[in-house]
Design a protein around this ligand. Structure first.
Ligand SMILES: Cc1ncc(COP(=O)(O)O)c(C=O)c1O
Length: 330
């Protein structure tokens, strides 16, 4: 059965709301998600830098296919799809919304995504094209600590006001990082033939960082993890700086999984994104940030095997990156 054709064809969506029906379809999606390539990018100071190309994931062309499907699967198993009227609502900076919308359409579940207006028309279109409803709130990339996080607050309000709204909350949901404990972590372990020494990743919800690190440290406690933060007032879609934005529950309750923290400026992240484009990787800006940080760790740790992720393509951030490349500022 071709998952992609079905996902695009709403006439194939069934009225059946039994758990088995949904769970069988979830299994079809899970067969297509993950097992992404790990490629060697560079050598520096006797160290090797590898990146996992998460844009090979089929729903959103990003790492967020993994948590989207795990969270929905767990909700279905818990019996949270109680009627045809249930709508799964979530706050997203883009990729989770695309993955959620497309998975929802394939399963025949209603979804509603709330995004901050800063992420722009391209992302809005990519989400709404999946068939989900989309609402915008007037937020920046990093909702400020002492102000209302508009997208999350809006979702909370919708959830509390309407009994048909179901909110799984990717910022605190353990199935977000379980997707990486069961998928991304083991894949990195076997693809590096157990040689990985350092894992370096930017953090949004923290699900990717926490899940991968929990798995790898259980295999080899010597593996070091570095969580990467964008600068204050940044332009990196999908990531958060926790000195200005509230730390998600996933990060707060798993701080022990993180050995070190690094901050990368927008200029360094965008320069690195341009460098990756020239090498043929048409990635988004969080991949540039990840690569810049991984290179620094590789230089500082002679002979290491450093692994990072390229979480998505340039589809969401193309205009901004191109403007930066031409003007060297925002
Ligand atoms: C492009 C991109 N990179 C990185 C991340 C961070 O992933 P996580 O939420 O697992 O920390 C996200 C999350 O939305 C993202 O969209």
């Amino acid at each position: 059965m071709n998952v992609f054709v079905q996902a695009e064809n709403s006439s194939l969506v069934s009225e059946d709301t039994s758990s088995n029906f949904y769970l069988e379809k979830i299994q079809l999606l899970k067969q297509k998600i993950g097992k992404t390539p790990l490629v060697h990018i560079d050598n520096v100071n006797g160290s090797s830098i590898y990146a996992k190309l998460e844009y090979y994931n089929p729903l959103s062309h990003s790492v967020k296919d993994r948590p989207a499907v795990y969270m929905l699967e767990a909700a279905i198993k818990q019996g949270l799809v109680t009627s045809d009227n249930v709508t799964f609502v979530e706050a997203s900076s883009g990729n989770l919304g695309i993955a959620y919308g497309r998975a929802g359409k394939f399963l025949g579940l209603k979804t509603l995504i709330v995004i901050p207006s800063v992420v722009g028309e391209k992302t809005f279109k990519r989400i709404s094209e999946t068939g989900t409803a989309v609402e915008k709130t007037p937020d920046g990339y990093c909702p400020l600590r002492n102000e209302r996080d508009g997208a999350i607050a809006k979702v909370k309000d919708l959830f509390l006001d309407d009994p048909n709204m179901m909110w799984l909350d990717q910022y605190s949901n353990q199935n977000n990082f379980r997707a990486h404990i069961e998928g991304t972590g083991p894949e990195i372990w076997s693809q590096t033939e157990k040689r990985v020494t350092n894992i370096v990743l930017g953090v949004g919800t923290g699900g990717t960082m926490v899940g991968i690190t929990r798995y790898l440290k259980a295999e080899n406690p010597e593996i070091e993890s570095v969580a990467v933060q964008p600068q204050e007032d940044h332009h990196i879609q999908g990531l958060r700086n926790f000195s200005e934005s509230l730390e998600p529950e996933i990060v707060r309750s798993n701080r022990d999984a993180i050995d070190d923290w690094m901050k990368v400026s927008d200029a360094d992240a965008f320069e690195a994104t341009e460098y990756l484009w020239r090498k043929g990787y048409l990635v988004g800006t969080s991949s540039g940030l990840n690569y810049f940080a991984a290179r620094k760790i590789a230089k500082e740790n002679k002979g290491s095997t450093v692994v990072t992720l390229f979480p998505d393509t340039c589809l969401n951030s193309f205009k901004l990156t191109q403007e930066y490349i031409v003007g060297k500022s925002f």
